[in-house]
Ligand binder design. Sequence first.
Ligand code: ZN
Length: 89
Amino acid sequence: MAKRGYQPERTCLGCGARERKAELMRMIVNGAGQLELAGQGQRGGYLHRRPECWSGFVSRKNHFRAFRVEVAKAAKEQLLRDLKDRVGA
Ligand SMILES: [Zn+2]
């Protein structure tokens, strides 16, 4: 069962499911057009800590409104590599 109290939710850009923010990783598009993990700052997108969701995010071609900019496939693939290094998946 869910805990009592307000739990902000965000949508995972990989699988499209809504999830408690605390369970997701937040990322932003930096000035160079690259994705990076960031706890706060400009508008960001969210992903589960699951390789399936990272892959889903990379393969999706739609414009990500979360970032308000087009995210290049190369930037997504770079993020995937960073995530695998960082999380050890
Ligand atoms: Zn997901």
